[in-house]
Design a protein around this ligand. Sequence first.
Ligand SMILES: Cc1cc2nc3c(=O)[nH]c(=O)nc-3n(C[C@H](O)[C@H](O)[C@H](O)COP(=O)(O)OP(=O)(O)OC[C@H]3O[C@@H](n4cnc5c(N)ncnc54)[C@H](O)[C@@H]3O)c2cc1C
Length: 588
Amino acid sequence: MHCMLPDYAEHDQAIGLDWYALDPNLSSLLDRHLPDPIDRKFAEEHVAEYGQLVGKVLASRAEVTDAHGPVLNRYDRWGYEIGEVVHHPTWTANKADLIRTGFVGLERLAGRPVPAVVTAARAYLLSQCETAAYCALGMTAGAADIVERYAPPEVRDLLVSRLTSLDPAEAWEGGMFLTERQGGSDVGANTTTAVADGDEWLLFGDKHFCSNVDADVFIVLARPQGAPGGTRGLATFIVPSRRPDGSPNGFTIKRLKPKLGTVGVPTGEVSLDGARGWLAGGDPARASQQAARDGRGINRMMEMVNGSRFGVALMGLGIHRRCFLEAAIYAGRRTQWGQRIDHYPLVRETLVDLLVDLEAGMSVAFECAGALRGAADPDEARLLRRILIPLAKMRCTRVALWAASSALEVFGGNGYMHDWPIARQLRDAQCHTIWEGTENILALDVRRAIRAESAHLALGARVDRALEAAGAHRVLAGAKDVVANLRRDAWQAISMLAQAAEDLALVKARTLAEVLADITEAALLLEEAGGCLAAEGDARKAAVARRFVARKLADRPLRGLLDPDRTVLDLFEPILRYGPVEPGTVAA
Ligand SMILES: Cc1cc2nc3c(=O)[nH]c(=O)nc-3n(C[C@H](O)[C@H](O)[C@H](O)COP(=O)(O)OP(=O)(O)OC[C@H]3O[C@@H](n4cnc5c(N)ncnc54)[C@H](O)[C@@H]3O)c2cc1C
């Protein structure tokens, strides 16, 4: 059992603190998903290191980067196109520290496989200070993965070794170009063309949103000449930004976009004019026919998109956690009417609900990362990830916006100012509901996972197992019943929607995804709560799970106006500071 954390009022601000040590829920999730003590020890070493690095070193630099975004020097003084992006030294220093500590190359650094929950935990910590840096290096990891699996053997090793390098001077970075002027959701409308040139390809076209635009290797969606229209005719290419002699590879950065947030990472508009690259996988000579015949050309890119979507869910969680921590500290230090504002019931409710929703999001995100542990077999784990990734991305990014807005209000007028830390988080959070697929597109993807792959059956089985594992403790009984009833009704609704008119089923897609996310989060929280009750007799997580179920899933007449539940008042300290809770103090 964890010791209760000190009063948040003992701190000035989150920057300078050890963000892992202040987050016992993160270490509990590592315990839960890494039952092997060797893996758990490995996680402790590499995740705890990030709690210090991110909170004490990177976070203050990230604030400076936000005020000094990248600038494109498009031409040199002779007027030649150079396309150089100039960064503030804080951006470069943060990435150098991340590269040295193996943010992308941990497997290489540690000389052993890295459990996905360890990668996720480090990404979650990094996202608390700078989702822009995670964007850059997360795409680098995604590009390395595509290169490793699909690049031609003669270039693969070089590219992988640069993309996973632990030396900032040697390391290359990656990016992904899908979106074009005419649309990002409908990538089937892409017009970028690939023309075969021996075993290689020349790409022509314009890409409209290219983050980490000064990276070195891009995964690019284009249509092989002669392939049909729509997504089936698309294929995935690996395209370096420079040729082996260092000259530009038919690649022009036209401008950097003036963004609302995620300032550090440069997002540009790019022209490809004969950019030379390799087809990701497949027989180069038959790319157009293959793409046309089996529609698998886009799948390589979708593998990267899925990994990135999961990463964006972690970005939402990171922002959520940072906003909670800053708000808890501020509320402990700010007084009004001679009293700390965190003594006022409405502030208590905000802080408790910030944490409850954060723990709900973390349960589903770490379930994605550790799907194999919770699934009956590898196939079920694959289907679980298939449906949980869009659900987690949709849920965690949307809730992060609410969290940032709520935390900002805890700061009152100060929150709106750039000399306090929340305004940037709110700006950054708005990006994450959009990139890698908007909320609507994710809801449609959940529907596709249900219709094409019956992934809801795997999810239903996992929810049932979680409810079973929650056990029979009386403090969980009511909440378990609520979730079990909703689970039954929701899966019946899925069958009914399958028979509904197409437009009606489509208009319900977002609601369906939200209901599935609620049920999954609640069931996983109850499972965690049951584990804590059984192992330690501690009902803190039970209080969290019950609060989540009461707010999100239970029928609440008058929105709970007459509900006598006093959780946010009586259990404020142990919930916020992760202290133990006697089961008897949680109302039956
Ligand atoms: C900061 C930033 C960085 C980015 N970086 C990259 C990058 O590195 N690489 C890259 O390829 N892209 C990048 N993107 C692009 C991003 O992925 C797209 O903006 C996103 O996919 C949405 O596409 P769109 O902007 O064309 O919007 P549209 O597709 O035009 O969508 C507009 C609205 O219509 C809705 N909509 C569209 N179709 C449907 C439908 N069938 N049903 C219901 N609603 C629908 C959408 O949900 C949305 O609300 C970035 C975007 C941002 C903001």
